[in-house]
Write a protein that binds this ligand. Sequence first.
Ligand SMILES: Nc1nc2c(c(=O)[nH]1)N[C@H]1C(S)=C(S)[C@@H](COP(=O)(O)OP(=O)(O)OC[C@H]3O[C@@H](n4cnc5c(N)ncnc54)[C@H](O)[C@@H]3O)O[C@H]1N2
Ligand code: MOO
Length: 305
Amino acid sequence: MTGALLPAGADAVVPIERAVPNLFPPPGSDTTVRLPETAAGTFVRGAGTDIASGECALAAGTVLGPRQLGLLAALGVTEVVVNQKLTVLLATTGDEVLEPGENLAPGKIYDANNTLLESSMLQAGLTVIRAGIVKDEPGALSKLLRSHAAHVDLIVTSGGVSNGAYEPVRQTMVDHDVEFSHVAIQPGGPQGVGTFDGIPILAFPGNPVSCLISFEMFLRPLLSEMFAAPTPRLSLHAPLSHPLTSPTKKHQVRRGVLLPNGTVRLEGGEGSHLLGALARANVLVHIPEGISELAEGSKVEVWAV
Ligand SMILES: Nc1nc2c(c(=O)[nH]1)N[C@H]1C(S)=C(S)[C@@H](COP(=O)(O)OP(=O)(O)OC[C@H]3O[C@@H](n4cnc5c(N)ncnc54)[C@H](O)[C@@H]3O)O[C@H]1N2
Ligand code: MOO
């Protein structure tokens, strides 16, 4: 019986298949059973061979995924102290942006950003308040943010941060301590960071791939660093399956597919609207600033996504 205690006097287990005869005799029958030579300890699982008494089972700061929760259950632990989830308020801007499912008219586009960011944030262990789409009207963004402000730890917006005549996020933040600048990264260059009524705010660019890369490059690593969750992306170095060029003065984060032969192939072009290629990718590919071209076979850093 797998899992039973060893009877007193026994120090090993022999599977029935190796006994002669190799079937259990009927209970109460008088049968001689011959067993092969068996080393002490064979098929015996000693108490403490996985985790010894007094050993640390899970270090503080460990993300509790299925494997860690399974261990806690196996140890009979039903309660542990955890960090409280941060609550993020998510909003996107633009008169042209519609909720998916609405009737699409010429010049309109469905909101991909709130879904990209909300699902990324949920995966990263955050609580998300999805405030929706803010129209390009003066005061609309402030009103929406203030209506939720009491319940949030962080605000993340997308769109409305570049250099157009009317950029609602940038203009709303004029009266707040928010700095807008252009980071040497593509996509994800235009960025805003600061506080709105004292609440930390990150203002990501509107192009969908840019806003996801902004989350991956700026917010996700910060959460890992500050709260140990989510776990950092697994970083590998893989040879390119083809040559590439890259803007020398910027970090490039391209989308790629890590192939079964261990090489990485870029998926789609540089454009920050290419959501089909993003959906097909299984890695982000980092081409650092200062590099303008790479030959086939050059090793690049990739992050599994
Ligand atoms: N004169 C300049 N124009 C632009 C610059 C620049 O430096 N100077 N930078 C470009 C880059 S790079 C980016 S990225 C964008 C970022 O600007 P915004 O944050 O103001 O983005 P928007 O104009 O609001 O939107 C850009 C693009 O993305 C579409 N969009 C916006 N929100 C959503 C959404 N929720 N779901 C799907 N698509 C969305 C929007 O319709 C635009 O097509 O600025 C460039 N221009
Ligand atoms: O930097 Mo924008 O974020 O490329 O598309």
